[in-house]
Write a protein that binds this ligand. Structure first.
Ligand code: 6PG
Length: 239
């Protein structure tokens, strides 16, 4: 397991490095396995990298029809709402990406009344997308989980003190965040830590305390340790 922290001058440089890393990892996965399974996140930070992935030369460097898209987490709102992570990624990224198939876009149905059942169905959807059968299927490895980190050190919707932090078995769960964020659906440590690579994109002075705490191992984000974990952060966040 490796963890690397790279400090870049500003959010634009972090976005460019993130986009380059996404392209390299996606290409590598497609070359080796014929498919890339990519996890997207919500929040504002990835919005800086999406336009870079939509423009040449990066957009032409990947066969996007060979990518399957998943989400790290989702808010308990319909997919048409502005604060839906699916809606955000669809509106400014996926709908403009050439070759993306609807069947390759695996959204979390977090608007459903029974969020536990929706999370169980998302696990089944992941298993299907990986061609796994049965409840005891081995835990699958996403090629890349592209994550962010909140000011409180949460990542995906793994919020400090929330029940999902203790999940050892399920891949997706409903999680009460304990604050204004309300109910969420989130991927869990078992499946995030099984990923081949995790990429954190973190910017801004408001992330400084959380990043320092993460490097001391004290936040939910600190417990995400995949085979390869890369933190791309700007100077303001690094302090
Ligand atoms: C979400 C997320 C979340 C996000 C961080 C960082 O749905 O909110 O997936 O984990 O990545 O909160 O968000 P910003 O990029 O907006 O700082």
């Amino acid at each position: 397991m490796t963890r690397r922290v790279v400090v870049l001058p500003d959010p634009a440089a972090v976005a460019a490095a993130t986009a380059d890393r996404v392209v390299a990892t996606v290409r590598n996965a497609i070359r080796r396995r014929g498919v890339c399974r990519l996890v997207l996140s919500g929040g504002a930070t990835p919005l800086l990298a999406y336009p870079l992935l939509l423009a040449p030369p990066r957009v032409d460097a990947v066969d996007w029809s060979s990518v399957e898209f998943f989400w790290a987490d989702e808010r308990a709102v319909p997919p048409t709402y502005l604060d839906s992570n699916y809606n955000a990624a669809l509106g400014v990224f996926l709908s403009d990406l050439p070759g993306v198939r609807l069947s390759a876009v695996h959204r979390m149905e977090a608007e459903r009344g029974d969020l536990d059942a929706a999370a169980a169905d998302y696990q089944a959807e992941i298993a299907r997308a990986f061609g796994l059968r049965g409840a005891d299927a081995a835990i699958p490895a996403f090629d890349l989980a592209w994550l962010g980190m909140g000011r409180d050190g949460h990542t995906a919707s793994l919020f400090p003190g929330s029940a999902a932090l203790g999940e050892r078995r399920r891949w997706a769960v409903a999680n009460w965040t304990g604050g204004a964020a309300g109910w969420r659906m989130t991927l869990t440590y078992p499946i995030l830590n099984a990923a081949r690579e995790v990429l954190f994109q973190v910017c801004g002075p408001d992330k400084r305390d959380a990043l320092a705490a993460t490097l001391r191992g004290e936040t939910p984000a600190a417990r995400v340790r995949a085979r390869r974990t890369l933190w791309l952060v700007d100077r303001e966040a690094a302090g």
